[in-house]
Design a protein around this ligand. Structure first.
Ligand SMILES: *[C@@H]1O[C@H](CO)[C@@H](O)[C@H](O)[C@H]1NC(C)=O
Length: 206
């Protein structure tokens, strides 16, 4: 009898652990930093499945993912946020206290068809009235993202490598995902060589 009660309690505990997705805060998002909220749905060896809440972003198109185009896009977003220096929430964006920054790349047969940079905009941020047609404000509905985390100074080759590993792992796990688009998510200055970087590849559920 006691044994059965114990078993039931154990089963209840396991069920509770399975049913309660864990809200998680990344190390790079603690303290002054603000990142979108998500829960971890599943952890796999090569990736984790996250459920993100609805999020807002400012985005700008890039002609390629080269370092020059990236720098240009960075300043375009920064200038946009600086339009209203009195607004503390956009100061948060300008001082890069919001992460991640995403470089989203769509490709067809290995050729880049569209590239853009996006910055996460925390809820309640009052954005300057759009004055730059090259910067768009986007709301993304709640979504499931497959994430592979990696360290090291991020670059295109390293990212491509991780995308391959992630796609293979998703195939093996039987996940249905977007085969044409992925995003590199950064949580720190990619050009700073003195820090330990936290990088991620994001692939959206299809
Ligand atoms: C994340 O969730 C917490 C608790 O609900 C909330 O206080 C916080 O504002 C949320 N953060 C963001 C960036 O949405």
């Amino acid at each position: 009898m006691e044994h059965r009660v114990f078993m039931l309690a154990a089963v209840a505990l396991v069920l509770a652990a399975v049913c309660t997705a864990q809200a998680e805060v990344l190390e790079s998002c603690k303290g002054d930093y603000v990142c979108p909220n998500f829960t971890v749905v599943e952890k796999h060896k090569e990736f984790e499945e996250r459920r993100y809440v609805e999020t807002q972003w400012i985005s700008t198109r890039m002609s390629s993912s080269s370092t020059d185009d990236m720098r240009e896009a960075y300043y375009r977003l920064k200038d946009f946020c600086e339009k209203d220096p009195e607004e503390p929430a956009s100061t948060l964006l300008v001082s890069r206290k919001t992460w991640p920054a995403l470089i989203s790349i769509s490709e067809d047969d290995g050729t880049e068809t569209s590239v853009s940079m996006s910055w996460f905009v925390p809820p309640g941020t009052v954005l300057p009235a759009t004055s730059n047609p090259k910067v768009t404000v986007e709301t993304r509905s709640a979504s499931t993202v497959y994430v592979k985390t990696f360290g090291g100074t991020p670059n295109h080759e390293l990212a491509q490598d991780k995308v391959k590993i992630l796609r293979k792992a998703l195939d093996e796990a039987g996940k249905s995902f977007d085969h044409h688009t992925y995003a590199g998510a950064g949580y720190d200055n990619p050009l700073n060589i003195f820090i330990t970087h936290h990088n991620e590849i994001w692939i959206y559920e299809a």
